[in-house]
Design a protein around this ligand. Structure first.
Ligand code: M6P
Length: 431
């Protein structure tokens, strides 16, 4: 990717983006490019700040005062910070991510509004660039974020339960399917495979929408320049996917076809990912029944400075090419395999000893319980050549009789594009 001059974040320009600062109860609306939809601060504002309860918006970043250096996009204003010398401004730091992602509010300090945005648009070599993707989150009227990004598949898709053994209906969420070797991959986000062939039933044309505080809707249509499958007759295919946040904790289900006629498909998916994010996630190693409707505490797994780290070798044996993974949870690795950085939670070392990579840090750790799955995520590791920062995802499973006084230990499950997966059976994941 050439970042000198060319608008590498072009894919993000077609949409209006939102972020919320829950502490100050401010909502930010972002218009990245001239061509983007306007905010309520008028066409010259790039970043519009408005109280969640309403009121007049004001620009905290002007489109004409844009400055791009590497992957940091700054928007200045002509307003001086009250009590300071600098001007009111916005700074968006882009990092490589596997989906289009969303801007996240990070901090407000001396009138500078900081945002972070992990997106495929910031990766090198178009590594994770899909054929088509749309924004995959919404804010509800209370300013709570509902984010379906974790459901987006970078490869493969979801098989919709259509009660018919002869047909397979595959969808991806907010993004075209990437199923090389399988039919309807190119640009299609909904693919019907029958004994008579396979048919694209459309792709996302607009962002995810919020219908209420517990339901979201996504719509796929066939692009105007493609011919509908003959089996649809006069009708252009459409796919509606309704996501429902269940009213209490539930263990996950598959998307279901609830209606279908003339190539109009209605899919319903009861999934906790449709619930607001604060219900699903925490940045500590605990989830509480008050906030999360489930009580989990992983801190007993944390190692202290006198413990040996959790480790796993893959593949096992004498192979000098194999890797040893050192881990800790909810804290730093007690030994210094990847250096003495205080925030390293995951470290990959080549057995031959010449490669040490940080595979995740606990500064921005996330513990998530959704659809019955408990996972702990450590982002922010060393960069791969795609620009993606290595990341570790640990999936916990309940095992009341786990070894090591119930702690159990992590087992390496595999790597996809610099994301490292571990499975961990432990008594502390029992709910
Ligand atoms: C190292 C290891 C691998 C990783 C690879 C990425 O070999 O950390 O787990 O996949 O780097 O290499 P690149 O940066 O060339 O994409």
């Amino acid at each position: 990717m050439d970042r000198s001059g060319s608008l590498w974040y072009q894919d993000l320009c077609s949409y209006k983006w939102e972020a919320v600062d829950p502490d100050s109860k401010m909502k930010y609306t972002i218009k990245l490019c001239e061509s983007s939809p306007p905010t309520s601060c008028g066409s010259t504002a790039a970043v519009c700040a408005q109280n969640l309860s309403g009121g007049v918006g004001r620009s905290v970043g002007d489109l004409s005062l844009q400055r791009l250096s590497n992957t940091v996009l700054d928007y200045n204003t002509t307003q001086t910070c009250p009590g300071g010398t600098n001007s009111i401004q916005t700074s968006i730091s882009f990092q490589c991510g596997k989906t289009m992602g969303t801007p996240e509010f990070v901090a407000l300090s001396q009138c500078v509004h900081y945002f972070e945005w992990k997106t495929y648009a910031a990766c090198k070599k178009d590594k994770f660039k899909p054929h088509k993707e749309v924004p995959c989150y919404v804010f509800d009227p209370d300013g709570k974020k509902h984010d379906l990004n974790p459901l987006i598949k970078v490869s493969d898709g979801y098989l919709v339960d259509d009660g018919d053994d002869d047909t397979d209906f595959y969808i991806n969420i907010c993004r075209s399917l990437n199923t090389p070797g399988k039919p309807c991959s190119e640009g299609s986000a909904a693919c019907l495979i029958t004994t008579h062939g396979s048919f694209s039933m459309g792709a996302p044309t607009r962002p995810l929408e919020g219908l209420s505080s517990d339901s979201l809707r996504l719509q796929y249509e066939l692009s105007a320049d493609s011919t509908p499958p003959e089996r649809c007759g006069e009708h252009r295919p459409t796919v509606n996917i309704n996501f429902l946040c269940p009213s209490s904790r539930h263990s996950g289900s598959t998307p279901k076809m609830v209606a279908e006629s003339n190539c109009r498909y209605e899919v319903e998916w009861v999934t906790e990912y449709a619930c607001h994010r604060d219900y699903l996630e925490s940045h500590s190693c605990k989830l509480t029944s008050e906030q999360h409707d489930i009580s989990i505490d992983l801190t007993p797994l944390t190692l202290s400075s006198t413990d040996a780290p959790y480790f796993f070798q893959s593949p096992s044996g004498d192979d000098a090419e194999s890797y040893i993974y050192y881990l800790n949870v909810c804290g730093k690795i007690p030994t210094g395999e990847c250096g003495n950085d205080l925030f390293i939670s995951s470290c990959q070392v080549k057995k031959s000893g010449n490669v040490q990579k940080v595979a995740g840090r606990f500064v921005n750790q996330t513990l998530r319980y959704s659809d019955g799955d408990l996972s702990l995520i450590y982002p922010g590791g060393d960069k791969c050549s795609s620009g993606f920062q290595r990341m570790t995802i640990i999936n916990f499973q309940c095992n009341k009789t786990a070894s090591n006084q119930g702690r159990g230990k992590p087992v390496f499950a595999g790597e996809t594009d610099c994301t490292y997966y571990f499975n961990w059976d432990t008594a502390f994941a029992c709910v």
